[in-house]
Design a protein around this ligand. Structure first.
Ligand code: GLN
Length: 538
């Protein structure tokens, strides 16, 4: 990830922040999400983070779960300096075991019974009261466990604040310091009152303010962009008509007006009327300074004879950069000189992906954002990156978009791949095939919208198959193309199931596509799940 000077103006400088140190649990990012849902700003860093290198002070620290056993030889351990910082600490599962283990290595042992799934937790009563961690939580709380190790005894200086049938140390607290540990996972939705518990920790115990709102963020982010870019700086950004690039562009426009230049590259594989729609929305409605590079023919020319999906993606990515570079030169010639900044739509899940702790053997993966620039454009005196959405989750980007006055329809749009319809036309891409895919897609998506199903579906499109099939149209034998419809439900895009359309809906879609899209004689619905089938076809 390219280093930018965002650190000095990052949200953790102005918002009370709960820092989560990640020990590799698959749920760590949920801690960050749950806290932000209750308007407490939270960030995640790998468990290898040294306090001395942090450069800012969190309001509290959460130690996440993780796949290791604390007593294993290569198990990760937290920098002890965090315990001297004087801010509250909450350990979750591995995090709890880590807190116990650092006090005495015999405190953690492999359990005889492993514990996965539901358990019923009872908060310990102290007179009529429960520990502040359990305030506002019903006596019987359902918690979700996932562990094999357990505390063998109560760590010195701690007392029990919650128990389950299996775990006498399901929740513990230090006698005099704000240090807590829970064996269960409050971040998963299967734990009832999990968010309340995290709120009790973050707000009640750490005293963090619940001021993380998009309205608050906009003001701060605009100031940050202004001071980063300076009074003369020019910023360039690629837009696609998608949610992230539109929201980022509008934010830039608010911050620096016409010193932000949005570039839309028409790659000839866009959806029906997409260029016109983007032009209308971005320049007319949102007032963004936009240029459109009409490069459709160049792309389609270069795609001739290219059948392999990876080769198609590679060509489109490379060509995109060439066209973009040309546009930069043109803009610089027309403009008051050099453009110094490039807007990149990195989101927080990308950051998490590159930061999460993957164990000592795993190399940390560097994220390559779609629309990212090659080194030659960013090295030395080249373009510097500006990533205003870097701290945000997708739903936060949507909320930001709404607050910036972007229409609900655009903000709620399904994702669309960078190479566009080129990877939805299987095999070689031709202008004619793109036309068929585009028209079929438009009919399908319009029908989904009309039926009120758009928001229930995470992604939907029409693709054009490689092969052709025989049909009889108007008493004449035809040899036509096959359209494949795909629509999936998913929340994280990691796993997905096909949307269960009614028979009637699919029949109507099929009839309309065959009747209205010249050259198509069959329509199929893709019923495959992910995994193994990916959401896109290529
Ligand atoms: N690996 C540890 C155990 O099995 C911690 C598990 C966890 O953090 N979920 O107990």
């Amino acid at each position: 990830m390219a280093a930018t000077n965002k650190a000095e103006a990052a949200p953790h400088e102005t918002f009370d922040t709960i820092l989560t140190l990640d020990f590799g649990s698959q749920y760590t990012h949920l801690l960050t999400r749950r806290l932000r849902e209750i308007n407490v700003y939270s960030e995640m860093l790998p468990c290898t983070q040294k306090l001395a290198d942090l450069g800012w002070k969190p309001s509290g620290i959460i130690l996440s779960g993780g796949p290791y056993s604390v007593y294993e030889e290569n198990a990760p351990h937290v920098d002890p300096a965090f315990f001297e910082l004087g801010v509250p600490i909450l350990g979750i599962c591995y995090g709890l075991q880590e807190i116990a283990y650092r006090l005495d290595k015999t405190n953690v042992v492999a359990g005889v019974k492993r514990e996965y799934g539901h358990a019923d937790l009872k908060a310990t009563r102290f007179g009529s009261k429960v520990d502040p961690l359990f305030e506002g939580i019903a006596d019987d709380m359902t918690v979700w466990m996932s562990h094999g190790d357990k505390l063998s005894k109560l760590p010195e200086g701690f007392h029990v604040v919650g128990t389950t049938n299996n775990s006498e140390f399901a929740a513990v607290a230090h006698d005099s310091k704000p240090v807590y540990g829970v064996q269960f996972h409050p971040e998963v939705t299967h734990t009832s009152y999990g968010t309340q518990l995290l709120k009790n920790f973050a707000v009640g115990i750490c005293g963090a303010k619940q001021n993380w709102t998009m309205a608050e963020f906009i003001g701060q982010e605009i100031n940050k962009i202004r001071s980063l870019v300076g009074p003369e700086g020019q910023v360039l950004g690629a837009v696609s008509g998608g949610v992230d690039s539109t929201v980022a562009a509008k934010l830039m426009k608010e911050a620096i007006g016409d010193r932000f230049h949005a570039v839309l590259v028409d790659n000839g594989c866009m959806r029906l009327n997409e260029c016109e729609i983007v032009k209308k929305t971005l320049s007319e409605e949102l007032g963004i300074n936009l240029v459109v590079a009409d490069a459709g023919d160049q792309f389609l020319e270069g795609l001739k004879g290219v059948e392999d999906p990876e080769a198609k993606r590679k060509f489109i990515g490379g060509k995109f950069i060439d066209v973009f570079e040309e546009e930069v030169k043109k803009l610089e010639a027309q403009n008051s000189g050099k453009i110094q900044w490039f807007l990149q739509g990195t989101l927080y899940p990308d950051v998490i992906e590159s930061l999460s702790f993957k164990g000592p053997s795993a190399t940390i993966k560097t994220h390559h954002n779609v629309g990212g620039l090659p080194k030659r454009m960013t090295e030395g005196q080249g373009l510097k990156l500006i990533e205003p959405l870097r701290e945000l989750f997708k739903d936060e980007v949507r909320e930001l978009g709404r607050q910036l006055g972007i229409s609900a329809e655009l903000v709620g749009r399904h994702p669309f791949p960078g190479p566009g319809l080129a990877i939805r036309v299987l095999g070689e891409v031709t202008k004619e095939k793109v036309r068929m895919a585009r028209e079929a897609d438009h009919i399908f998506i319009s029908m989904i919208r009309e039926a009120g199903l758009y928001d229930e579906i995470a992604q939907a499109y029409a693709a054009l198959d490689l092969s052709k099939a025989v049909g009889v149209m108007g008493d004449k034998r035809v040899y036509g193309h096959i359209v494949i419809l795909r629509a999936v439900c998913t929340t994280d895009f990691m796993t997905a199931i096909p949307y269960p359309f009614s028979h009637e809906f699919l029949t109507k879609a099929s009839t309309r596509i065959i009747n209205e899209v010249h050259g198509v004689c069959r329509v199929a619905y893709d019923y495959s799940q992910k995994p193994p089938a990916t959401i896109e076809m290529e």
